[in-house]
Design a protein around this ligand. Structure first.
Ligand code: DGY
Length: 436
């Protein structure tokens, strides 16, 4: 079944693979290596070309800074078709940044730990994979140590992000509340994304002003974590980001135990994990909404909106059974109407919902992949199956787009896949879902 889709998906990944040992998220629109894209891409490659899967992760970790930080974009080439590029981000300002690669000075959801475990589970040659993991795992551990040492200012096991681009959900309507508190300058700049993709499907000019403004603040202080925590107008505890960290902690614990002789690291990871899960449950759960939400650390208040990130904790085993049931109920009531594909990225019943614009409503395949796994884990087989079938349908009808309209009526006569086409993680994660 679905042989043609799988064939096409493999072809996309192979064609987006670059001589530098990494894969483009999408030709033209994203011409470098992106952190969480790389992780999902490695899971796809693991099914049919393990050397490329390993290379993807090795290249990513090769760009790690001396303090354990892993940047969100690694600028492997000098292409000037992307804005803001290496010359804007200036990672060289940080004293511990990579001397080998230019990058940004912000990160993205920490997927690398659980990606190593996925690769291990997929591989028919466990011994070979374990050898590979042994060569890379301490770098991932160092990355987690970086988060707990520098991003957890209240010592509560929840790490902050200082930029919307760190969340991965770049222009979520949740950030509107934060932008309303910021008086960013109006910059004069030449965007590149809107020459590749219809502007109505991308963030606005004003949003880009905010994005650049935060980077300027960080640069003024050479990307010092302490200064950023003090000064960034954007300082958020994000449930998707923290769930990824928790999921990766769990994977590191399992993998270190398999390798053996790493009791100290296992103990430290277990300590982090315990505190993280307990604070996540006490601070980020909203009883009234029946799901997890974001917390605005700068303005000291919960951001009470429902997004697909609200359900990601299912993937990381964070809620107990009872809470999981509440979450599933919230998801099906708000997002699960039969005339909608699962799962919109933002609450379809909200007035901020926009079904075509990037993270303000469309369905994303990486979130669907996490929900599929999470729902399966908690025993919601039928809903998990619906997420899987919806994912297949969206790609079958439209192609391997970056994101998709959640409204069923929007599909058919006109294309309702948006953003970039031949998008790598859509291909990679479909391969993984179809192999189940
Ligand atoms: C973009 O350029 O939109 C990227 O998502 C930034 O990471």
């Amino acid at each position: 079944m679905h042989e043609n889709l799988i064939k096409k998906a493999k072809q996309i990944l192979t064609e987006n693979y670059q001589p530098g040992g990494f894969t483009l998220p999408c030709k033209n629109l994203y011409p470098f290596q992106w952190l969480w894209d790389s992780g999902f891409i490695a899971i796809g490659f693991a099914h049919f070309d393990m050397p490329k899967a390993k290379q993807e992760i090795s290249t990513l970790l090769d760009a790690q800074w001396e303090n354990g930080f892993i940047p969100h974009i690694i600028f492997h080439t000098d292409t000037d078709t992307y804005f803001p590029g290496a010359d804007f981000h200036r990672s060289d300002l940080h004293p511990l940044s990579s001397k080998k690669y230019k990058s940004t000075g912000m990160t993205q959801p920490p997927v690398t730990g659980f990606v190593l475990e996925e690769m291990y589970n997929i591989s028919p040659d466990k011994e070979d994979l374990l050898t590979f993991i042994e060569s890379e795992i301490d770098k991932v551990y160092a990355n987690h140590r970086y988060f707990y040492q520098h991003r957890d200012i209240n010592n509560e096991g929840l790490v902050y992000i200082y930029h919307n681009w760190e969340s991965g959900t770049d222009n979520s309507p949740i950030w509107d509340d934060i932008w309303a508190t910021v008086d960013s300058p109006r910059y004069d700049f030449q965007r590149r994304d809107t020459s590749h993709v219809d502007a109505s499907q991308r963030p606005s000019k004003r949003e880009y002003d905010h994005y650049l403004h935060i980077i300027e603040i960080a640069k003024q202080h050479n990307y010092s974590d302490e200064k950023i925590a003090e000064l960034s107008p954007f300082l958020v505890q994000d449930p998707l980001f923290n769930a990824m960290l928790i999921k990766s902690n769990e994977s590191l614990i399992k993998l270190y135990k398999r390798i053996g002789n790493n009791e100290d690291k296992v103990r430290q990871l277990e300590q982090w994990q315990q505190l993280s899960i307990s604070s996540f449950n006490s601070k980020l759960y909203d009883e009234e909404l029946g799901c997890y939400i974001h917390y605005d650390l700068r303005n000291n208040k919960p951001l009470r909106y429902i997004s697909s990130s609200s359900f990601a904790p299912l993937f990381a085993n964070i809620p107990d059974k009872e809470r999981a049931a509440e979450m599933v109920n919230t998801m099906m009531t708000k997002f699960g109407n039969p005339d909608q594909y699962l799962c919109a990225s933002f609450d379809p019943t909200s007035e901020r919902y926009n079904p075509k614009q990037y993270w303000r409503g469309p369905v994303w395949i990486n979130l669907n992949w996490m929900l599929y796994k999470g729902l399966t884990q908690y025993g919601y087989k039928n809903i998990a199956e619906r997420v899987k079938q919806d994912t297949i349908a969206l790609i079958e009808i439209n192609g391997f787009y970056e994101y998709f309209d959640a409204r069923k009526e929007a599909h058919g006569e006109v294309r309702a896949g948006y953003g970039g086409n031949d998008f790598s993680w859509s291909a990679a994660l479909l391969i993984d879902m179809l192999s189940d």
